[in-house]
Design a protein around this ligand. Structure first.
Ligand code: ADP
Ligand code: ZN
Length: 230
């Protein structure tokens, strides 16, 4: 169960991943969160990543891949994982293919207007990274995280000028991954036409994952049944 969640910044892939992960019992790995942890802990990776992130640019491929590789080699990832925000470039996807086999890439498709609105009203917990939204997902208590009681802030890269830059980077560098995984036969789309509540989106993603694993199993048993002598 190694899944990738694709989608523009603000598509809701992080929120979906955090809802799907406990239900499928596989860890949710967000490279953005890993970088933010590194920055908080003042590591070398954090120092390298900080400037790129603040400008809404991508951190160089080698840095991300090295960090990701280390993470998925950990014990809790052996049964599978959800990757959120990785890969983000074709070279990253190629490097990932060398490290491990991915069984599905779920593309979360959301109209551009929705994305811009979401990002500009997004707020997150400074401590655990939980995402809230000023419009439709406010924390229960103003300024305080529901999950860990941490302080809620606006991420520096959710400032309007940086949002534009991130969307441009997405179009140029990350959107081509849709075709990359389509060509490999493992792409699934989940579209969210209007402002859909996050729980509904997560349900749609779960249903797609289940349907896909079923069809994959059928395919595998079909192939096995036919090729006894291989
Ligand atoms: P979002 O998906 O909302 O843009 P993330 O938390 O996934 O936010 O990423 C925040 C920032 O971290 C990105 O803008 C980028 O600078 C950096 N980053 C995260 N993942 C990657 C990656 N796979 N490759 C390069 N940079 C990354
Ligand atoms: Zn928190």
């Amino acid at each position: 169960m190694k899944k990738i969640f694709l989608g523009a910044p603000g598509s809701g892939k992080g929120t979906c991943a955090s809802k799907v992960s406990p239900r499928r019992n596989i860890p949710h790995i967000s490279t953005g969160d890993l970088f933010r942890d590194n920055i908080k802990n003042g590591t070398e990776i954090g120092d390298t990543a900080k400037g790129y992130m603040e400008r809404g640019e991508l951190v160089p491929d080698e840095v991300v891949v090295e960090m990701l590789k280390e993470r998925i080699e950990e014990e809790d990832c052996q049964a599978g994982f959800i990757l959120d925000g990785f890969p983000r470039t074709i070279p990253q996807a190629e490097m990932l293919a060398k490290i491990t086999d991915i069984d599905a890439a779920i593309n979360i498709d959301v109209p551009n207007e929705v994305i811009i609105q979401r990002l500009s009203s997004r707020i997150t917990c400074k401590d655990c990274g939980e995402i809230f939204n000023l419009r439709d997902m406010r924390p229960k208590e103003e300024g305080i995280c529901d999950k860990c009681q941490g302080e809620i802030i606006r991420r520096p890269d959710d400032e309007p000028e940086v949002i534009q830059n991130r969307l441009k980077t997405y179009e140029e560098k990350t959107a081509p991954l849709i075709k990359f995984y389509e060509d490999r036969g493992i792409l699934k789309h989940v579209s969210c036409d209007q402002e859909q509540p996050p729980e509904e989106m997560a349900q749609a993603v779960l249903a797609t994952i289940e349907e896909f694993s079923k069809s994959l199993q059928e395919e595998v048993s079909g192939v096995l049944g036919l090729s006894d002598n291989e």
